[in-house]
Design a protein around this ligand. Structure first.
Ligand code: NAD
Length: 381
């Protein structure tokens, strides 16, 4: 045999901090992190990219950031803060990606410096991707400002933008160096974006933890009323389960299975079919309803459990069906989501279904007739 063998592993480690008022000068959490990562004789830079809606709803934020770094001088802050429209447009419109990469060039942001993103999951995905490919990887810090990004997208390892009308077609597995979940940001979310991220918590509870599912049932009204303690618990537990899953399994998804994507095959397609009028979290809620009903009709899940899932989603104010989810035939638009889901990951089609509340089961085939039945039943509900 004539070959050289190469093998190494790279360890990734990052913390997710839970805090309130991150940029208040009396809050040293961010500075402590930066100091702990300092290297003697080096002055690192930090460049901020901010979701335009966050800047709008927190008008003092940019000044606060500057004051913070006047007080704490662990890094040099770049004066020019990039403000980018929040929402899916950030991932759809290539000029935003270019703006960040150009700023990396203009301000000499090197691999010892940081790019910090403050915003919802869309901004974090975009900035993480731009950071991952600039100079082959600049350290990125995530400061998520929505429920979904604090409990799910911001604590994981994936970054992406959309391409050719396909979700997350261009992306990277590049973990952040740190995540700062600041509850204060959530206070300015509208009810829709407040609710949206709760679906990811229901998803992870359904596939892994019945006790957490029942906790969400018991606290549904508190969550609707925007109870702080209930939301803080939901975010922390969901983030914890998400992170445990990543480190215990296949963090960079080299296999065919993506258990955390329960309910997502149709959700991603629905977002695209509705031109992103349906948010990611809303689409996930409908995807959960569809795949739970399919689990029931295929004899895996008890009907009473399916009922509990739908009632919980509705109590929280989620719609469980959208006309674009109509399945009339095997080639209905939403069904192409199955193929796109498989293509994105590669390998065998692997869809997570439910056997019980808190117990998932992966399958490799979806019966189109049962899917038609499930979609019809949901529509008529
Ligand atoms: P979003 O980022 O689209 O934000 C929703 C809206 O809220 C936007 O209009 C945004 O500007 C606004 N906003 C953000 N913070 C605010 C605040 N504090 N106050 C007022 N308004 C605020 O939505 P999202 O639900 O956070 O993220 C969805 C995105 O995350 C999707 O693109 C989805 O594909 C992605 N995602 C990524 C992963 C991953 O692993 N990388 C996982 C799940 C979802």
């Amino acid at each position: 045999m004539n070959y050289l063998q190469q093998s190494f592993s790279v360890k990734f480690e990052y913390r997710v901090f839970f805090t309130d008022m991150l940029f208040d000068v009396s809050n040293p959490v961010l500075n402590d992190f930066l100091v702990s990562s300092q290297v003697e004789g080096e002055m690192r830079k930090i460049m901020f990219v901010v979701d335009a809606n966050v800047a709008l709803h927190h008008p003092g934020l940019l000044d606060q950031v500057k004051l913070y770094f006047l007080e704490y001088q662990a890094v040099t802050v770049i004066d020019d803060v990039l403000i980018i429209p929040g929402g899916e447009i950030a991932k759809n419109e290539p000029s935003y990606y270019t703006r960040i990469v150009d700023a990396v060039n203009d301000y000499g942001i090197d691999r010892h410096s940081y790019i910090a993103a403050i915003g919802g999951g869309s901004i974090l995905d975009l900035v993480g991707f731009a950071a991952a490919v600039s100079h082959r990887g600049i350290k990125h810090i995530r400061i998520p400002t929505t429920v979904l990004s604090q409990n799910d997208s911001g604590v994981g390892v994936k970054n992406s933008v959309n391409y050719k009308n396909k979700k997350n077609f261009l992306g990277s597995f590049a973990p952040p160096v740190a995540v700062f979940n600041d509850y204060h940001f959530l206070t300015t979310l509208n009810d829709r974006d407040w609710r949206s991220g709760i679906s990811e918590a229901i998803k992870v509870a359904l596939i892994k933890d019945r006790v957490f599912f029942e906790w969400i049932e018991q606290h549904a009204t508190a969550l609707v009323k925007r109870d702080k303690l209930a939301m803080q618990y939901l975010i922390r537990r969901c983030a914890e389960m998400h992170m445990n899953h990543i480190s215990s399994g296949d963090p960079f998804e080299s296999g065919s299975s993506r258990p955390l994507d329960f309910g997502h095959w149709s959700a991603h397609k629905l977002e695209q079919l509705t031109n992103f009028e349906v948010t990611h979290g809303e689409a996930v809620a409908m995807g959960i309803a569809l795949d739970s009903l399919y689990s029931c009709l295929s004899g895996r899940l008890a009907e009473a459990d399916y009922e509990r899932i739908v009632i919980l989603l509705q109590t929280l104010g989620f719609a469980i069906f959208h006309p674009m989810m109509q399945v009339e035939a095997a080639n209905s638009p939403i069904v192409t989501g199955l193929q796109e889901f498989q293509e994105h990951l590669g390998g065998q089609l692997t869809i997570m279904l439910l056997k019980d509340l808190g117990v998932g089961e992966e399958v490799h085939e979806i019966d189109k007739n049962l899917l038609i039945q499930a979609a019809n039943k949901l529509r008529n509900r």
